[in-house]
Design a protein around this ligand. Structure first.
Ligand code: FMN
Length: 229
């Protein structure tokens, strides 16, 4: 009995560090029907994004953005997609942040979407360009006032002494714009990832997933190929 108790105790005390390899799920889906894939991957992305919205997945526009220094040292962070069309995929941030500094020197970037509730992933590779000031202004003007003030307050990615520093800046900026519309700070705006390669991944049983990769060819057409999981 004592032995059993001590074994159970040992199991309960087993840390997640030891148990993490036991987390395992089968990804059950019908897979990708190649015949019904769109010839343009941006249209295909729209279909999958719609499916994520229709299925009420939380924050369907959340993605991971990877950038790198010119020497290839990578960095990543979660971001929100704020638009997409034939030109590419748009996000907004601070133009003096770590990611912005990396993009200024190395325009290659990758966005990765995970819609786990659908066992879907989309990976978008390409180069990043700054969007027009009009596009940035239009989006900035659509944001809630608190977020607009936040854009002025945060010197994103820079060290600060404490939270009071932020709160004092909020008071300053609120006074500055009292009774007026908050204009977009020059150091805040949008980027567009212009894609050259987009991969659609659909989880399937026994880790035999479907992967379809679209590549942009020299004549600006898109070709597709299936990749091994
Ligand atoms: C759900 C979620 C959404 C986010 N969306 C954005 C965003 O749209 N723009 C942004 O600048 N940071 C966003 N962030 C914060 C970034 O992850 C990151 O902390 C910030 O951009 C600084 O990154 P950097 O130091 O690598 O430049 C988001 C974080 C989370 C968790």
């Amino acid at each position: 009995m004592k032995f059993l108790e001590s074994t159970i105790n040992l199991f309960q005390k087993k840390s997640l560090r030891q148990l993490v390899s036991n987390f395992r799920n089968e990804y059950i889906s019908n897979g990708i029907d190649e015949a019904s894939l769109k010839s343009n991957p941006i249209d295909q992305f729209e279909d999958w994004f719609n499916e994520a919205v229709d299925n009420k997945l939380i924050e369907p526009n959340v993605m991971h953005l990877s950038t790198a220094t010119p020497y290839g040292k990578p960095s990543g962070r979660i971001m929100l997609l704020k638009g997409f069309d034939e030109r590419g995929f748009t996000f907004f941030t601070n133009y003096t942040s770590r990611k912005a500094n990396e993009l200024a020197e190395n325009k290659f970037a990758v966005m990765t979407f995970l819609w786990l509730g659908l066992f879907k992933q989309v990976r978008i590779e390409g180069t990043v360009e700054i969007i027009s000031t009009k596009e940035s202004d239009d989006y900035f003007n659509s944001r809630p006032r608190g977020s607009q003030i936040g854009a002025w307050v945060s010197a994103q990615s820079k060290p600060i002494s404490d939270r009071t520093e932020l709160e004092q800046k909020v008071d300053e900026i609120e006074k500055r714009f009292e009774g007026k519309a908050v204009t977009r700070p020059d150091n805040w705006g949008g980027y567009r990832l212009v894609p050259v390669c987009i991969e659609f991944w659909q989880g399937r049983a026994s880790r035999l997933h479907d992967r379809i990769q679209y590549n942009l060819e020299k004549d600006h057409s898109w070709t597709k190929q299936r990749l091994s999981p």
